[in-house]
Write a protein that binds this ligand. Structure first.
Ligand SMILES: [Zn+2]
Length: 457
């Protein structure tokens, strides 16, 4: 059997692995390349796999960089089943519908390619089947999969794929683990990542292979600081947030601070249709979540809403926000500030030093978010130049990815491991992570595959 690395190799996006045996072909994830707009516009239309010849797809989690090109795959002729946990299916469909709308907008604004429309998402939903954690199912003859709790977002899984001995070079049955994205420790609303168990080869994400995070326990304190330095002086605090998971964790943290009167009461706008719709999926699948405080601590028995929260679903409601004078908090996507409503708010607020931007997620190189995070004095938004005078706060206690310590500890829960393949990370980070793992006592060979490289097992 062979594995080819079709994405998330030269960076952290576009996750896509092709598994080939004599009986068929399976994809693990089929994600969108994100980051620099022009690079993404070039890479995304090109599917390096023959869609008609793929027999099944199995998906780790709903984020766009893992699911965003499934409608393109179906459009190009894929007609097999797609498998994931039930919440992943629901969130991913929202993500893909949102992506379709965003592509239309970018086409109108910049002439970027439209990969698919909202109509193209309909057959994707029809092909998608939910599977429970820890239940093994067949993908193609001789190849089966099991989903395990990854603790990254609602419904997220790492996947172990077992390949029959008749398909491997050694003639022995082999187990391959695809990490997807692995969550941090102590995430206040999610179960912990489970141990790996038996595995011959692991494909491991390395997003934060060069860092240690602040503990999620620091979130409350840091949020209070950012709010105090802006909102308490009449300013506006903009929080660019990824719509899935980061936003719900932020709402959960704010729910506690507002209920306990630990931050000034100001309007808090949730200005993201995708985040609003995703939060409803979180409520629906509460049994997949694990809260670190009892529901009785929230007077309204809902951790994702609190007094002062205003959800702005429509464009008109969103535009109203900028007519609101005075202190406020705006949570809006996209998380790396590359599109979406947050760009309008940045354009209105960046020049005033009373305001602030609170960065709570990874900012890929080439994105507007990265430029602001690195201290750019001026940035361009919608071809307009704007001075960055607002205070910039960066918190990594909200990271949805495990840091190098967490991932290394997790890798060490594998039994019988012979090889680690590092993916899903910036090139320099992967090299640093490899050294870190060796120093931490990981004995097996650690390799860094290249884009489109095929490895035979
Ligand atoms: Zn993710």
């Amino acid at each position: 059997m062979k594995i080819t690395f079709h994405g998330a190799v030269e960076g952290v996006t576009g996750s896509c692995y092709l598994i080939e045996t004599s009986k068929g072909r399976v994809l693990v994830d089929c994600g969108m390349f994100q980051g620099d707009r022009t690079v993404a516009a070039k890479k995304n239309p090109v599917l390096d796999v023959d869609a008609k010849n793929i027999d099944a797809v199995v998906v780790t989690h709903a984020h766009l960089d893992h699911t965003g090109r499934l409608p393109l795959l179906v459009k190009k002729g894929f007609s097999g089943p797609i498998y994931s946990t039930p919440p992943t299916k629901e969130l991913a469909i929202l993500v893909e519908q949102d992506a379709a709308r965003l592509q239309q907008q970018k086409f109108e604004k910049y002439g970027d390619p439209v990969l698919y429309t909202e109509d193209d998402v309909v057959p994707v939903e029809a092909a998608w089947q939910g599977r429970s954690y820890e239940t093994t199912f067949e993908l193609i003859p001789g190849v089966s999969a099991t989903l395990h709790q990854a603790g990254h977002i609602l419904g997220s899984a790492f996947i172990s794929i077992e390949v029959a001995g008749s398909e491997t070079k050694t003639g022995k049955k082999m187990r391959f683990v695809f990490s997807g994205d692995i969550g941090n420790d102590d995430v206040p609303i999610l179960p912990s990542t489970v141990d790996i168990g038996p595995a011959d080869v692991i494909m491991v994400e390395s997003t934060y292979g060069n860092r240690d995070h602040e503990s999620p326990k620091e979130r409350g304190k840091s949020l209070i600081n950012a709010v105090a330095e802006t909102v308490n002086h009449g300013g506006t605090l903009i929080i660019p947030a990824f719509s899935i998971e980061r936003t719900q964790e932020l709402l959960y943290a704010l729910d506690e601070l507002v209920d306990a009167n630990m931050i000034k009461r100001v309007p808090i706008f949730l200005d993201s249709p995708l985040a609003i719709r995703s939060t409803a999926v979180y409520r629906k699948h509460e049994s997949y979540l694990e809260f670190d405080r009892p529901m009785t601590t929230s007077p309204d028995h809902d951790f994702f809403t609190f007094p002062g929260l205003v959800e702005t679903l429509s464009v008109d409601a969103s535009k109203e926000i900028n007519r609101h004078q005075g202190a406020k908090i705006i949570i809006a996507g996209s998380g790396m500030m590359t599109g979406g409503r947050v760009q309008h708010h940045l354009l209105h607020h960046l020049a005033n030093k009373k305001n602030g931007v609170l960065i709570i997620g990874f900012q890929a190189p080439g994105t507007l978010g990265r430029r602001i995070q690195e201290g750019a004095e001026k940035v361009k938004i919608f071809r307009e130049e704007v001075a960055v005078n607002a205070k910039i706060f960066s918190l990594d206690s909200f990271s949805a990815h495990g840091d190098r310590r967490k991932i290394t500890t997790w890798v060490q829960t594998a039994e019988g491991l012979s090889q680690i393949l590092l993916t899903h990370g910036d090139p320099e980070t992967k090299k640093v992570f490899k050294e870190y793992m060796k120093e931490a006592g990981v004995k097996v060979s650690i390799d860094i595959p290249e884009f489109k490289q095929t490895i035979e097992f």
